[in-house]
Design a protein around this ligand. Structure first.
Ligand code: A2P
Length: 285
């Protein structure tokens, strides 16, 4: 498959298709100025991104919806050009809550549909108004589900997921790799004992050869092997940088060199919820 800025979608078995590169939109709501998500999504759409990854729990989904609607109103895109992925939060896992929760998301977005709706995390919390429900001791209140978790996975050169990738290839399942740049390294939720991905000498040396950054090499590595990536950036220059990955390709040897960087260590371990009965990361994938 030759990938270009205009054509980098993978067909899905239902007749739809998903762009291999999307914009991630999670940013700490306490530290992120209001409106930066709106501006970033608009810049991304102008840059050529057609896949936006968002969620109710990011507290900025209304800005994502507004950006998409403004770009439609401007005539730059049609709704069907955009692939939007939304997420069902942990307090809404009971089957009877799924549809009303999705409807709430559509209201927030002010869009008629989402293209993909996934389970944010396969660990249910007690349903109710509190997004992080806790008891009187401050302990998270979990909720029982019979979840057969179908879930997106962390994926980048330090966590290449060879087994899962092979399984998904055999079954025609597309993987969306989150944290493709190795996360923001926010110590409140990221395991920072693994070194920063973007400082990796191999990624940087390969980047030098093509006049690309380590981030561009990390993203190209995944899209070249058919893994969808959703790098988050609210910085205009980096939003554009992350899209400039269709004008070079990695050799087979370089792909192998990057595969060999795998450390089998997750950045997103969510250890604070490791006592949840459905905690997913104790299993091998
Ligand atoms: P920013 O929004 O300021 O650009 P991931 O997608 O793996 O979760 O990584 C997101 C983090 O990486 C964010 O902190 C984002 O910050 C940063 N980032 C995004 N693009 C780049 C890039 N091209 N080079 C360096 N850092 C980047």
């Amino acid at each position: 498959m030759s990938l270009t800025a205009e054509r980098h979608r993978i067909p899905l078995s239902d007749g739809n298709s998903i762009p291999l590169l999307g914009l991630g939109t999670y940013a700490d709501p306490q530290k992120t100025p209001k409106g930066s998500c709106l501006e970033s999504v608009k810049i991304a759409i102008d840059t050529g991104y057609r896949h936006i990854d968002g969620a109710f729990v990011y507290y900025n989904e209304h800005e994502v919806g507004q950006a998409i609607r403004e770009k439609i109103a401007e005539g730059r895109i049609k709704r069907e050009d955009i692939f939007y992925c939304g997420k069902l939060w942990n307090t809404c896992h009971p089957p009877e809550l799924v549809r009303p929760t999705l409807e709430k998301t559509l209201k927030i977005l002010q869009l008629d549909y989402v293209d993909l709706y996934i389970i944010e995390l396969p660990m249910a919390f007690k349903p109710g108004d509190a997004i992080y429900p806790t008891d009187e001791n401050g302990k998270m209140i979990y909720h029982e589900t019979d979840l057969c978790a179908t879930w997106e996975v962390e994926c980048h050169p330090y966590f290449t997921q060879p087994k899962l990738l092979e399984f998904c290839r055999q079954h025609d399942i597309v993987i969306v790799g989150y944290s493709p740049l190795g996360t923001s390294r926010d110590e409140t939720w990221v395991n920072v004992s693994s070194p920063p991905l973007l400082k990796d000498p191999v990624l940087n040396a390969i980047g030098k050869k093509y006049n690309k950054t380590s981030a561009q090499v990390a993203l190209r590595f995944n899209i070249q092997r058919g893994v969808v990536v959703i790098p988050k950036s609210f910085n205009p220059q980096r939003i554009r940088e992350n899209f400039q990955i269709f004008d070079f390709s990695l050799t087979e040897k370089e792909m192998k060199e990057i595969e060999a960087l795998n450390k089998n260590v997750r950045y997103v371990e969510l250890l604070m919820w490791r006592d949840h009965p459905e905690y997913p990361f104790s299993d091998e994938y």
